[in-house]
Design a protein around this ligand. Structure first.
Ligand SMILES: Nc1ncnc2c1ncn2[C@@H]1O[C@H](COP(=O)(O)OP(=O)(O)OP(=O)(O)O)[C@@H](O)[C@H]1O
Ligand SMILES: [Mg+2]
Length: 436
């Protein structure tokens, strides 16, 4: 992408409405525009990040055996009457009436709809397990939308739903999602800790919240600091095998958003870490809470029908963009982890129009594009100081700075955003360092 043709409306001033770093930086870096309270348009730079986050989650869901679908945002109220949640959900639900006076709602979650789909097609244990997920906008009319995408009203969620014939297999499905979550967050460059959780309006009795530690987080967390040293399963993890050992390792130590008294009783003083955190995902196992009232039955090996055993698994895709910035920024701006960076490299031309500089920029741009590094070439006429500030603000992992003075002696400058380290190299060497 060439910056001269791109749409990157960066702000020089700190927006007054932003109270936390991620909100401030998303607005300043031209990622986001508020259209109404808790409702945002994703501008090009922000949208690229959103897509990267989404893709990592998608790949890990697929790897764990889940199958992607896409359900609509609007749902019939009658479907929610079947589970009894239409009345229970309260003011957070956005209720809509169409021209035929049919009651609809903008989905805050999809347990009912997926159960409806499941029961229409799946009748036998032989077709199980099944785990269906989608990545779709949700609406919750939050009382206090705030902190930008952290607590929006309209937000993007990945939600997966598992169906099994019995409790044991249902727990195994839960474990697969648990491991997929550990892997997804790690791949993005986040340390998310699974914490024992209450189940709230989703229901059930087994649940974990995956929480990224951050001072600006909305949840208080109590954890055993040894949680932070546990290894995350690698790519080779066998989702067909028994994952209960991994889950046991990750749930043995104390980690929860509450119960200071129990925490102190169960955790040695030296191991205690009280902090704040951002909930980026939650897993629930709730058995037949929806399948029973909604009659989503499957026949077992004995020929007897029984309600499918279900779990649901949410990831806050849009919230993650904010959480990532809370975890990775400094005074000058965002510091994207490579895996979610909107562009891999910023190529900064210090003198557009200069023949040698243009030629070097073009050849770097072509080579980086070929290598899949998604370069953003700053070919604008701005002053160098402004260009450097914008590059630091938008936080691309590498900056490749090309100017006439360096080229006269055959060199360019390469900066790593995360460390601030600068090196003066030949162009080929710089490209090798980026691609290596
Ligand atoms: N208002 C929101 N804005 C952005 N993301 C959200 C919002 N509500 C939930 N999420 C994300 O969706 C995920 C799954 O939804 P879940 O039903 O567990 O949310 P929740 O527990 O109600 O969230 P919270 O406790 O933060 O209100 C959450 O872990 C979170 O990352
Ligand atoms: Mg939750």
């Amino acid at each position: 992408m060439r910056l001269s043709r791109y749409f990157l409306p960066v702000l020089k001033q700190n927006p007054a409405e932003a109270q936390i770093a991620s909100h401030r930086l998303m607005l300043r870096a031209g990622m986001l525009r508020q259209e109404a309270a808790g409702i945002y348009a994703w501008l090009p730079l922000g949208f690229r990040v959103l897509r990267k986050i989404e893709q990592i989650v998608r790949e890990e869901m697929d790897r764990a055996g889940a199958i992607e679908v896409l359900m609509p945002t609007l749902q019939l109220a009658d479907l929610w009457r079947e589970s009894g949640r239409y009345d229970d959900y309260g003011a957070e639900m956005l209720r809509i009436t169409d021209r035929h006076e049919r009651e609809l709602l903008y989905g805050p979650t999809n347990e009912e709809m997926i159960t409806e789909i499941f029961r229409a097609y799946i009748k036998s244990y032989k077709e199980l397990p099944k785990n269906l997920y989608h990545i779709q906008w949700k609406f919750r009319d939050e009382q206090r939308p705030r902190f930008g995408v952290m607590r929006g009203r309209e937000f993007l969620m990945k939600d997966a739903y598992s169906f099994d014939v019995d409790d044991e297999r249902g727990q195994a499905s839960y474990n697969r999602m648990f491991v997929a979550y550990l892997r997804s967050f790690q791949r993005m460059g986040l340390q998310a800790v699974p914490m024992r959780a209450e189940t709230g309006p989703i229901g059930g009795d087994l649940s974990h919240e995956f929480i990224v530690l951050a001072q600006t987080g909305e949840s208080a967390v109590f954890l055993d600091r040894r949680m932070l040293e546990l290894p995350v399963p690698g790519e080779e993890v066998d989702y067909d095998g028994d994952l209960s050992g991994v889950v046991a390792d990750w749930t043995r130590l104390y980690a929860a958003t509450e119960d200071a008294a129990r925490y102190e009783a169960e955790t040695a003083e030296a191991d205690r870490l009280t902090a704040r955190g951002i909930e980026v995902g939650q897993t629930f196992y709730f058995g037949d809470k929806y399948s029973k009232p909604m009659k989503a039955n499957v026949s077992g090996p004995d020929g007897v029908d029984r309600p499918a055993q279900m779990g649901s698994y949410g990831v806050g895709i849009s919230r993650l963009a904010g959480a990532l910035i809370e975890a990775h920024h400094d005074e000058a701006g965002i510091i994207w982890p490579d895996a979610v960076a909107p562009f891999g490299v910023g190529v900064v031309s210090l003198r557009p129009g200069d023949k040698a500089v243009d030629a070097a920029c073009e050849s770097a741009y072509a080579a980086l594009t070929r290598a899949g590094k998604e370069p953003l070439l700053d070919d604008t006429d701005d002053r160098p100081g402004g260009k450097f500030a914008t590059m630091d603000l938008i936080g691309l992992p590498w900056q490749l700075i090309i100017g006439p003075r360096g080229l006269a002696t055959g060199v360019v400058e390469l900066k790593r955003r995360a460390t601030g380290e600068r090196r003066t190299l030949k162009l080929d060497e710089a490209l090798a360092a980026i691609c290596g």
